[in-house]
Design a protein around this ligand. Structure first.
Ligand code: FES
Length: 194
C-alpha cells in the first residue's frame, strides 16, 4: 500500500517537473524578444502603486484646496444688489452729506460730497457697536457719538476710536442726467446683508 502511494507521489512530482520544463523549453525561444523577469515585474508594480498613491493624494489635495478657495471666495463676494437712485444727491453741496437707505429700507446709509466735489457713500452703522455715524462738517469726517470713534469721509477707514474695521463702502454711479445711484454695497467681514 505504502509502496503504491510512494510511486504515485513520485509520478506526480515527475509530471510537475516535466510540465515546468516543458513551459520553460516552450518559452525559451521567445525570452530574447520578450524578456520576462518576475523580480523586475514586481518592482514595476510597486512603482506603479506608489505613483497611483501619489497621484491620488495630489488629486485629493487639489480638490480640497479648490473647495477651500471657493468657500473663501464666496465668503468675500459682494452680493448682487439692485441699483437704487439717491434722491437729492445731484444737488448736494460740497462739504455736506445726506442720509439714504440702501440696499433695503432697513439699511441706513450716508452720502458725503467732500470739499473737492467727490461723492462717497457708506453704510451708516459704526463697525464697533452699530451706532449711526454722522458727518462732522468742521472736521470733514464721519464720527460716531457712542464711543468717540471716527472714520475718513473719503475711504471709510478708521481714524481713531474703538471701531475695528472701516465702514461698509457703497458703490455709486453718476448717470448722464446727473442722477446718483447706489449700485452695490460691500459686505462687512462679519455682517450679512439682505
Ligand atoms: S459704536 Fe461707534 S464707537 Fe462704539
Amino acid at each position: 500500500m505504502s509502496s503504491n502511494l510512494g510511486k504515485t507521489i513520485d509520478k506526480v512530482l515527475a509530471d510537475t517537473r516535466s510540465d515546468e520544463s516543458d513551459v520553460r523549453s516552450a518559452t525559451a525561444p521567445h525570452q530574447h524578444d520578450f524578456p520576462y523577469d518576475r523580480e523586475e515585474e514586481a518592482q514595476v508594480t510597486r512603482r506603479e502603486f506608489c505613483n497611483f498613491l501619489g497621484l491620488t493624494s495630489a488629486a485629493l489635495f487639489v480638490g480640497a484646496a479648490g473647495f477651500a478657495g471657493k468657500a473663501a471666495f464666496d465668503a468675500r463676494r459682494t452680493p448682487q444688489l439692485p441699483p437704487s437712485k439717491i434722491e437729492g444727491a445731484e444737488t448736494l453741496a460740497p462739504g455736506s452729506s445726506l442720509n439714504f437707505r440702501y440696499p433695503t429700507a432697513k439699511d441706513s446709509a450716508i452720502l458725503v460730497r467732500t470739499l473737492d466735489g467727490e461723492l462717497h457713500a457708506f453704510g451708516q452703522k459704526c463697525t464697533h457697536l452699530s451706532c449711526p455715524v454722522y458727518f462732522e462738517r468742521a472736521h470733514q469726517r464721519l464720527e460716531c457719538p457712542c464711543h468717540d470713534g471716527a472714520f475718513d469721509a473719503k475711504t471709510g477707514n478708521v481714524l481713531y476710536g474703538p471701531p475695528p474695521r472701516p465702514l461698509d463702502p457703497i458703490s455709486l454711479e453718476v448717470r448722464a442726467d446727473g442722477e446718483v445711484w447706489a449700485v452695490g454695497r460691500e459686505a462687512g467681514s462679519s455682517e450679512v446683508l439682505l
